[in-house]
Design a binder for this molecule. Sequence first.
Ligand code: SF4
Length: 394
Amino acid sequence: MPSNTKRVQFVVKSSKFCNLRCRYCYEYSELGNRAAIAPEQLDKMYSHIASYYSQLDHPTEIEFVWHGGEPLLQSPDYYWQTFDRQQEIFGELASSVTNIVQTNLTVLNKERIQLLRDGFDGVGVSVDLFGGLRTNQAGMDSQTTVLKNMDRLRDENIPYGCITVLTKLNLPYIQKIYKFFEKMNLSFRLLPLFNGAFDGQHKGFEINANEVLSAFCTLVDLWMEGDRLVVVQPIMDHIQQILHYYSPDSEPFYYDKKEWESIYLVNVTGDVYSYADAYNIEFSHGNLFKDSMEEIVLGSAHQKVIKAAEERIASTCTFCPYFGSCSGYPVAEEGILHNQVDDKGNMLCIKERGLLQHIEMRLKQAGIIDSATGKLNIKHRIPSKSIPALDCPL
Ligand code: SF4
């Protein structure tokens, strides 16, 4: 892969329809809606994306992340056909296109197993392990089914990673959660509870930023003590940031939304959003079923959200010692969703900055960072492979 390759991710809501009613779901009010993006609309979207990225002066890896609702409730043919259409529409670019699915893994049969194995390039499974919030319409916990289906994927040699949503209810079980994934030799992302679909939705399991931070710090300690290498996010990324911080020759890097937008969310309607402003129609950049990607990227709505993200970074990150090793992305895109905002509307950075401080302290205690000289004692290799489903909760 050429060194100037960039990556863009389109999180596509194929349909909001879902067989579960997870109590924290951001899409809760729409989970009964069977409407799905039509194949012709997907074609339009691909054409707009292909013609924009093919004329840039650098290669681009284009990743589609299929979300719902439950994306696997669509017939497998829906995806096989769209994969064929991608080949046709992207042409020479097709080898740079990948497809990943984020599933609740409650509906699995022979056809879907084949789709996961031979169609998608990556599979993310949502499983919380404790808390009982991932329920069906009758209020029954879906977990037994999911665990059984995870075993099935394993038996079929289908690689996958997991996303576990952190709430007040599974917070006391962080060690058990970590040990589960360690024993299963699975990568996972611990994703803090994000804003819900309506006021009061999270009553009884809400979690504050300091509690999230304490869970992350526990994960760091477990990771450092562990015998087996578990790829756990966001811990790995933050360890890399601290190693970067203590590597004097490394170039600083900053999240530059104007120069490159790395994640777009595409709603079932075709409306496009930044991660930070999901479903706020005022901030929609345009509609990928109708508008060209160029119009979307250069349009006034996109410019407005770029400015807002830049202001968040300027007010919160400028004086952070880690800025340049941390790009500022958490403040630019995630802080609003994770409710890290004070009473006056100022963006806070409790989780990320606190986590970096904790890792720095632990690496000093372990002698990996020499406290006296500020130099790294060992060249550590941190696995770069991230879990496929990344961090979009929507
Ligand atoms: S740790 Fe937080 S405040 Fe510091 S640069 Fe990163 S996002 Fe900005």
